[in-house]
Ligand binder design. Structure first.
Ligand code: CAO
Length: 549
């Protein structure tokens, strides 16, 4: 291993740029081309990639420092001995050199008063299929020469594509989410002449280059970035692009966070990854509403939810191999929409625990032996339903529902159980489980499960549940994170029991342990209550006599 110094590569016309973010720390193992720091000028931001794989020994810059081509930013113990790329002599940039950040626009083209000008994607370096992440103008806008029309982004850089002409925007040929390449037609501008160069004669001029390519081809991250950064107005949407690095933008997009509504806590109000996380937490906890949510919320408060997510990726799967298209079943369509809402809206947490069901299983097996001739087969799920009823009685908030700022405590115990059917998941309900014995519950469950498989459940069979159990015990697995069946506030997931050595303080004993996964709504239930619920449930399953106490 050789200790090498990673330097700022050729960053085009910029003399000095500010370090706004450190993306690695000493001790980190970095891959070739992994971004090390983010730098920013008044026009562009860009991540500087590593020219070697290895372990970061030291960062020689800090946030706020100014750097320029040749500045050492990281000392790295190179995994390849420093030989992979061009050796890094004191002054030479490392091989992984981003292209010039924002090479000056070529001579702008004036839109002739005579006709429309087609605007094409200029040379954007080595990038292919970069995503359009933001439209900065709309049809009808008066456009100035070099005014940014839209923003594209790769995984390493964002850049605004400026207009080579002035005039009125007649057509935008792209939308957010589209992928563009050099030469793609993106807009049609018509009208006032402006700019230095004479208007081309033809109505369809060749693409007007606005960002000149790097003079030498850049092996990686040809990040021609021209990202204009208007000062962020905390607390209100920022016109244009908010102040954030490409990686933070990507992170925000993945979470559906509207960056324009964030207040940055970084240098000069820059939005950091931590700001995005904090915003997400506030929205989930109901403390903050995004503007999209506010706009969609019905009058009077309501429960409108809008995370402003990106469009679903459209992939032509047939390009990669043979496919068959099948419509989702009606059940899947309905349950999918409900599951999605519940997964997004509820701040859900899952606690995992184990219950010792050795004695209970022995009792169940012996009961079933006695009932062999025609009697009802007693299932573990029926015992679980009874145990849950006891726990719901002891911890009533688990048997409640949220109604605005109030909790509705239900004084009945209707327990839903997830049933797997050929057409999808359904949740029949055992009504008044507190008033029924294990035999009756087993019988009803069998009947309802059969009705479910036959597709004969009616709405009455599936409504009114106050708590749900999802058992995968007959199939296998250890733990999972079931999704709460709103407006319930908790759900118990159960997996397959296994014989395990359990230490009693003196010796190990073989015990049959049942894995429990309790998911609960943190708006209603606290972690301590959830842990107590699971512990109590485990105690009952270990010894049902506790219910009598
Ligand atoms: N550990 C070990 N074995 C278990 C068990 C557990 N936790 N739970 C059930 N078993 C055993 C049963 O004893 C039975 O064995 P025998 O036939 O030898 O007696 C076998 O597994 C099959 O049980 P089962 O699954 O048919 O019956 P059940 O009462 O446990 O469950 C029902 C009924 C309808 C809940 C189940 O058939 C089903 O559909 N489960 C899937 C639910 C589901 O898809 N959940 C995921 C939802 S996603 O959130």
């Amino acid at each position: 291993m050789a200790l090498i110094q990673i330097q700022v590569p050729d960053i085009g016309d910029f003399d000095e740029v500010g370090v706004i973010e450190l993306l690695v720390k000493p001790g980190d193992t970095v891959a070739l081309e992994q971004s090390l720091i983010t730098v920013e000028s008044d026009k562009a931001s860009m991540e500087i990639p590593s020219s070697h794989a290895g372990v970061v020994k030291a960062l020689t810059v800090k946030v706020g420092d100014k750097v320029k081509q040749g500045s050492v930013i990281v000392e790295l113990e190179a995994a390849d001995g420093g030989a992979a790329a061009a050796p890094a002599p004191a002054a030479a940039p490392t091989a992984a050199a981003p292209a010039p950040v924002a090479a000056p626009a070529a001579a702008p083209v004036a839109a002739a008063a005579a006709g429309p000008i087609n605007v094409h994607v200029p040379d954007i370096g080595d990038f292919k299929d970069v995503a359009v992440i933001e439209l900065l103008v709309q049809v009808g806008d008066a456009i100035k020469v070099e005014q940014s029309l839209f923003t594209v982004e790769s995984d390493k850089a964002s850049m605004e594509i400026p207009s080579p002409v002035a005039g009125t925007l007649k057509e935008l040929k792209i939308k957010v989410g589209d992928k563009v390449n050099i030469g793609d037609l993106v807009a049609v501008i018509e009208g006032a002449a402006a700019g230095a160069a004479p208007a081309p004669a033809s109505a369809a001029p060749s693409p007007a280059p606005v960002a000149a390519p790097a003079s030498a081809p850049a092996p990686v991250a040809a990040a021609a970035t021209a990202i204009a950064m208007p000062a962020h107005q905390p607390g209100s949407p920022t016109p244009g692009l908010p102040h954030a690095s490409p990686s933070v933008r990507k992170f925000a997009r993945e979470l559906g966070v509207p960056l324009a509504e964030l207040k940055g806590t970084g240098l000069k109000g820059r939005i950091t990854a931590e700001d995005v996380q904090a915003f997400t937490r506030s929205v989930m906890a109901g403390a903050v509403q995004t503007q999209a949510q506010a706009a969609r919320a019905p009058a009077g408060g309501g429960s409108g939810v809008g995370l402003d997510l990106l469009p679903w990726p459209k992939v032509d799967f047939a390009k990669f191999g043979p496919i068959e298209r099948k419509e989702l079943s009606r059940i899947k369509k309905i349950s999918g929409a409900n599951l999605l809402r519940n997964a997004i809206v509820i701040p859900a947490v899952t606690n995992h625990d184990d219950a010792d069901i050795t004695d209970l299983e022995a009792f169940r097996v012996s009961t079933n032996k006695e009932n062999e001739k025609g009697g009802v087969k007693v299932t573990m799920l029926a015992f679980l339903i009874k145990a849950c009823v006891a726990a719901l009685k002891k911890f009533p908030e688990f048997n409640s529902s949220l109604d605005g700022d109030a909790l509705i405590y239900k004084q009945y115990y209707h327990i839903g159980f997830a049933a797997d059917t050929p057409n999808g998941l359904v949740v029949p309900v055992i009504k008044d489980a507190d008033k029924k014995g294990v035999l009756q519950i087993s019988q009803e469950m069998g009947d309802l499960a059969k009705k479910a498989r036959d597709g004969k459940l009616g709405p009455a069979d599936m409504s009114g549940a106050t708590f749900t159990i999802s058992s995968l015990g007959g199939i296998g697995g250890r733990y999972f994170t079931p999704i709460i069946n709103a407006p319930e506030v908790a759900i118990l997931g159960v997996c397959r029991s296994t014989m395990e050595p359990v230490w009693d303080g003196k010796a190990f004993h073989p015990r049959l342990m049942l894995p429990l996964s309790l998911t609960w709504d943190h708006r209603v239930i606290d972690g301590a209550a959830a842990a107590r619920f699971n512990v109590y449930l485990g105690q009952i399953l270990a010894d049902f006599r506790r219910v009598l106490l």
